[in-house]
Write a protein that binds this ligand. Structure first.
Ligand SMILES: [Fe+2]
Ligand SMILES: [Fe+2]
Length: 325
């Protein structure tokens, strides 16, 4: 670092000469800015840094200000520790109040052998998990709900990523086009991960729980990958039926909130992360979050049943962030 007095001595003109001669090198005491400017780090009153020189044009600086204002508008909740992450997230549906309240439990009839096997697998897994997790045995407390949601969402985030990866490699290996599926599948994977991140705002699992998650992921990732190589049609149908069950589960969760079994989620403020992600109103509560998650699951239900029904080389009918219930 240059001595402070020396750094304060430099006039903007000298700095310009320095920057020109040094080309892209960064001097001690100077910090390169993303927009190509040069920042001199010097203590002036309470501010840590001051912009002395920038190669950014006036119009470009206006753009930057506009960009920053836009980012702040998106992440409107001040205490969200993930604030600013929105620009890295993939497009996803933003639901209206009417949409989240009109989600229904539906079931796509099993028509083919593949459908029947997929539905059978989902029913077996659902019954087994319900027994192990003591679902609906005794009172479904907030802790029980969080355990269930965390466990299920760690699994739910797997298929989209594996399917996207498999199709990506398929495209590379066979020198063929993907027809737009990969993006939708990645959107789904991230959306499921955001369900998990939301639940983790309310509870951090212990060591044993984390061990179970590790084991479950180890098994499910490998099984799903092999299954996707063998039959993508089966896998999307499997996920479609899995999402049917997820809609049932979140519908029951809403019932628990409304009938007084889980009253705390009708008043507990929604995590800021969730408010920012789903663009909920600032005074949203956990019930609003569950409504948004249920709508997401209903959307995944339609997407996966559709992808299972169309040809693997058919164009993806879903555009980025498109809503479909
Ligand atoms: Fe989910
Ligand atoms: Fe889902």
């Amino acid at each position: 670092m240059l001595p402070t007095k020396t750094r304060q001595f430099f006039s903007p003109t000298i700095l310009f000469a320095l920057k020109s001669s040094l080309n892209r090198r960064i001097l001690p005491g100077f910090r390169a800015l993303q927009d190509g400017g040069l920042l001199l780090e010097t203590p002036l009153s309470n501010s840590c840094t001051v912009r002395l020189l920038s190669t950014t044009g006036v119009s470009r600086q206006k753009d930057l200000k506009h960009f920053k204002a836009g980012a702040e508008k998106k992440d409107s909740v001040d205490n969200d520790h993930t604030r600013g992450n929105e620009i890295y997230r993939m497009p996803h549906p933003i639901w209206s109040e009417q949409e989240v309240n009109t989600v229904e439990i539906t079931h796509q009839e099993t028509k083919t052998k593949v459908d029947k096997i997929a539905y059978g697998c989902v029913q077996f897994l659902r019954i087994a998990f319900d027994i192990v997790s003591l679902y609906k045995v005794g009172k479904m407390t907030e802790n029980k709900w969080l355990n269930r949601i965390i466990m299920l969402e760690t699994v739910a985030g797997v298929p989209g990523m594996i399917a996207a990866m498999a199709r990506h490699f398929d495209s590379l290996r066979k020198l063929t086009r993907d027809h737009g599926w990969i993006h939708t599948l990645l959107e789904e994977a991230e959306n499921e991960r955001m369900h998990l991140m939301t639940a983790l705002e309310l509870k951090q699992p212990g060591a044993l729980f984390r061990g179970v998650i590790l084991l479950a992921q180890g098994v499910f990732v490998n099984c799903f990958f092999v299954a996707y190589i063998l039959s993508p049609r089966f896998c999307h149908r499997f996920v479609g039926y899995l999402e049917e069950e997820a809609v049932k589960t979140y519908t029951y969760c809403l019932k628990c909130i409304d009938d007084g079994t889980l009253p705390v989620w009708s008043t507990r403020p929604a995590p800021s992360l969730a408010i920012n992600y789903w663009r909920l109103k600032e005074d949203a509560v956990m019930r609003d979050v569950i409504l948004a998650i249920r709508a997401d699951e209903a959307h995944h239900r339609v997407v996966n049943h559709t992808l299972s029904s169309i040809h693997l080389n058919e164009k993806n009918p879903f555009s980025p962030g498109q809503k479909k219930l």
